[in-house]
Write a protein that binds this ligand. Structure first.
Ligand SMILES: *[C@@H]1O[C@H](CO)[C@@H](O)[C@H](O)[C@H]1NC(C)=O
Ligand SMILES: *[C@@H]1O[C@H](CO)[C@@H](O)[C@H](O)[C@H]1NC(C)=O
Ligand SMILES: *[C@@H]1O[C@H](CO)[C@@H](O)[C@H](O)[C@H]1NC(C)=O
Length: 332
């Protein structure tokens, strides 16, 4: 009899456990880990050092967050606004950054704040074009940095002025897509044959065939349409999880959503405590924490009062999903 009740209780416990598993979304926890800043962007997980880098575009800063100690350090680039910063492969404390319209190498010891780091200008983009700046960027499977620009004056975007560039190992820019409104997204498939891209004011996510050897992209298709999926605002930064699905930052709608990269179907969405989500990246020792950057530069007084955490960087725990490694860039 006793054995029967033990069995019975075990079965009940298993059922409860399974139910918890199914409703795992309830266990999702969102925590503010840094900020608020003006326009946090470009999260990048450094898996060798277990550190998260991100930028404040308007604040002209690169940040380094250590999840173990919770310490945050930063460096300030007087050169101009910083749209993207990624670590350089095989170097300690060297970053490649898009600052203003310059591609720069930044020498920064991330253990300390540095308000005047040594920088070297490697190349320039949008030469002869006024009022543009680097926005988001990512490293491709071969270690080349891709970074795009956008038109902007007094925080107001100017359409059709930006371009997406691929940087060769010597820093030479190759124009890949032009014109673009706000260059964003940037993800490569695990099979290294597809490239996912977001031009924010196109209100969609597009996919190109990608040639890993030449770095060429061709054959553009729309994968996901925000308006058809009733998503307010625009798509911003994007990352990919281990299963190959896309995670997209929704600027203006306050969501982070997951899209099947093959079918273009939305799988799930997570409501964030602020409206202007700028980018996402998986990190943490198991790469199962989703780091989410946000901005407040487009909010008015009323919205700022309603969203005191706008501009913060958040950690989303408990998704039960992990990401793939983010690559450092190769540069001569
Ligand atoms: C923590 O960050 C501060 C800057 O905010 C820096 O000066 C200090 O060295 C850091 N401490 C550690 C233990 O990394
Ligand atoms: C894709 O590129 C990554 C990074 O270089 C590499 O580790 C991986 O093996 C490549 N995958 C395939 C299927 O070629
Ligand atoms: C602030 O922006 C919101 C959303 O666009 C708008 O509804 C509201 O009227 C604005 N408030 C002010 C004071 O401008």
């Amino acid at each position: 009899m006793k054995n029967f009740s033990v069995l019975f209780i075990s079965i009940i416990l298993i059922i409860i456990y399974e139910f918890e598993e199914c409703s795992s979304k309830k266990d999702v926890k969102i925590e503010q880990i840094a900020g608020p800043y003006i326009c946090a962007e470009g999260p990048h997980w450094d898996e060798k050092k277990n550190l998260l880098y991100f930028v404040d575009v308007v604040g002209q800063k690169i940040f380094c967050y250590n999840p173990e100690t919770k310490n945050i350090t930063h460096t300030y680039l007087k050169n101009g606004q910083v749209g993207v910063a990624v670590p350089i492969l095989g170097k300690n404390n060297e970053f490649l950054a898009g600052s203003g319209t310059d591609l720069v190498r930044v020498f920064w010891d991330t253990r300390v704040d540095d308000k005047g780091p040594r920088i070297e200008i490697i190349s320039k983009v949008d030469v002869g074009v006024e009022n543009t700046r680097f926005n988001d960027g990512k490293v491709d499977p071969k270690g080349r940095l891709w970074a795009g620009t956008m038109g902007e004056k007094n925080y107001v975007p100017i359409p059709d002025k930006g371009s997406l560039y691929r940087f060769e190992y010597d820093g030479t820019p190759t124009k890949m897509i032009s014109p673009v409104d706000i260059s964003n997204g940037l993800v490569w498939s695990h099979t290294n044959d597809s490239f996912y891209y977001i031009d924010s004011f196109a209100y969609n996510i597009v996919v190109y065939n990608y040639d890993d050897t030449t770095g060429g992209i061709y054959n553009k298709h729309t994968l996901f349409d925000l308006k058809k999926n009733n998503i307010k605002g625009i798509a911003d930064g994007m990352t990919i999880d281990r299963a190959g699905n896309l995670w997209v930052a929704n600027h203006g709608g306050g969501l982070v959503f997951q899209v099947d990269s093959k079918t273009g179907k939305m799988i799930q969405s997570i409501a964030m405590p602020v409206s202007d989500i700028t980018s996402v990246a998986f990190g943490g020792p198991n790469k199962d924490i989703l780091y989410v950057t946000t901005a407040k530069d487009k909010l008015n007084e009323t919205q700022l009062q309603e969203q005191p955490l706008a501009g913060s960087v958040f950690a989303v725990y408990g998704l039960g999903i992990s990401g793939s490694p983010m690559l450092s860039c190769k540069i001569k």
